[in-house]
Write a protein that binds this ligand. Structure first.
Ligand code: ASP
Length: 446
């Protein structure tokens, strides 16, 4: 964990050590922050500084003109930075890989499911371990200890593209248990690719929540200077610990600014960019809140009704089952209707169509859709346009589909898929399923 080679010699010549607050000058820049430990597998050509906004920057040793020692770390602080010393000193218990840390009145449970944020966050391994213990968290993001006492555990280690509805159930059950244990908020570290499916799943599986349940990820791994992992984690923890809100949310970077983090309603958000840090956007609504990680300020952007405010006395409704026999099909010119017939023959119970425009598919699909409905399949319509409302009454095509019994779901297609899966597993008749589908349960309707 110690620096070596060129980096070590440079640090020694300025007599600075890991944990010290320093100012590093290069030709073009000045960096002010805490000297972090080097990655175990990293080269000896860079120093890593944690800036005040939570970001880590790697600075090439060759470009450094001078280092100024601003404040020497106390031995205790040094230990915190190096090995998560708070845990060493104040650890209360250690069982099943979960560690309780600090005597802070606000308690957060942090559950790691995998993805970039959880797999590359460890300085000591240089980002190859898929783990997120409290110890590792505090050593990488020391700011977390001032936000709340965090109990962290690794529930699973999967990239989110590998998750299935079975995993949603496992996550929902664990979150339900944590809520019954009385935590003030739950933070779930998750891969970004399918995070909005999981946030929808948790929104239906966990209703009437007393506290916020927040999913957080990182678009860029924490071994990269531009990583959003630390800032997103701080933003997520600030919101989960302090916001007067309950329900399921996604917390990720907002815009290009380094300090602003957006909080999105779990059923109204999607990933819109493959790599940009602000890939997640609320669709046809505002983010519910913006969090400034620098000042710890939370600005609520939407008014929440009283049922969506924090109330620790509220009893959650936990229904974690999903029916996996539901498909999401994007309509495209020339779609072969036998794909729908195939689903009928495979015993599928639900079909969500991502139609064109206001909610249409070609006439060529009508017979197959009629067959599906006749065989007791729930057939629903959403739009493949990302923004705007579903309106199936405007054109004849939409009206025909409605009169066949297609259910219009004016929500994101991914949210609709998850809702149909959940409704089919939690209803006992077609009528009940339809009325559940059409009622707004988790702010999913546009
Ligand atoms: N493919 C990764 C995942 O979704 C990407 C990420 O973590 O951001 O798990």
């Amino acid at each position: 964990m110690k620096y070596r080679g060129n980096a070590y010699r440079l640090l020694e010549s300025y007599d600075v050590k890991v944990g010290d607050r320093i100012v590093v000058k290069t030709r073009d820049n000045e960096y002010r922050g805490i000297l972090m430990p080097r990655y175990e597998l990293a080269d000896d050509l860079h120093l890593v500084i944690k800036l005040r906004n939570g970001y880590n920057v790697g600075i090439s040793v060759d470009e450094i003109l001078s280092i100024l020692l601003e404040e020497r770390a106390r031995e205790k602080d040094r230990e915190e930075v190096v090995i998560g010393g708070r845990e060493k000193k104040e650890k209360e218990e250690e069982r099943d890989g979960s560690v309780s840390v600090e005597h802070n009145a606000t308690r957060l449970a942090m559950i790691s499911t995998g993805g970039t944020i959880a797999s590359r966050i460890d300085y000591r391994t240089g980002g190859v371990r898929a783990a997120l213990t409290a110890e590792e968290l505090y050593s990488i993001v020391p700011e977390l200890s001032s936000i709340a006492a965090i109990d962290a555990e690794v529930l699973m280690q999967e990239y989110s593209e590998n998750l299935t509805p079975m995993h949603w159930s496992i996550i929902a059950e664990r979150v339900g248990e944590k809520i019954y244990e009385g935590y003030d908020g739950i933070v779930i570290a998750h891969g970004t690719d399918t995070m909005h499916y999981t946030s929808s799943a948790l929104s239906f599986a966990l209703q009437n929540l007393p506290v916020p349940v927040v999913l957080v990820g990182a678009q860029r791994s924490s071994d990269r200077p531009s990583s959003d992992a630390a800032a997103n984690l701080i933003g997520a923890s600030l919101f989960a610990a302090n916001a007067d809100a309950s329900g399921v949310f996604i917390v990720m970077h907002n815009g290009k600014s380094d300090d602003r983090i957006a909080v999105h309603i779990g059923t109204r958000v999607r990933k819109n960019h493959t790599s940009s840090r602000d890939a997640f956007k609320s669709i046809d609504t505002e983010p519910i809140a913006l969090v400034d990680v620098d000042s710890s300020r939370i600005d609520m952007m939407l008014e929440l009704n009283v049922r969506r405010r924090r109330d620790k006395a509220r009893r959650p409704i936990v229904r974690t089952r999903f029916n996996e026999h539901v498909a999401l099909i994007k309509f495209y010119p020339g779609l072969d209707p036998s794909m729908i017939e195939h689903l009928i023959s495979k015993g599928y119970r639900g079909l969500v169509l991502e139609g064109t425009g206001l909610g249409h598919v070609s006439k060529g699909c009508f017979n197959a859709i009629r067959d599906a409905i006749d065989s007791n399949m729930l057939v629903c319509m959403t739009s493949q346009c990302i923004w705007g409302r579903l309106r199936m009454t405007v054109y004849e095509t939409g009206r025909d589909l409605l009169s066949m019994g297609v259910v219009p779901l004016d929500m994101l297609p991914e949210t609709a898929l998850v809702k149909v899966m959940w409704v089919l597993a939690n209803s006992s008749s077609m009528d009940e399923a339809k009325s559940m589908l059409l009622s707004n349960m988790a702010m999913e309707f546009k």
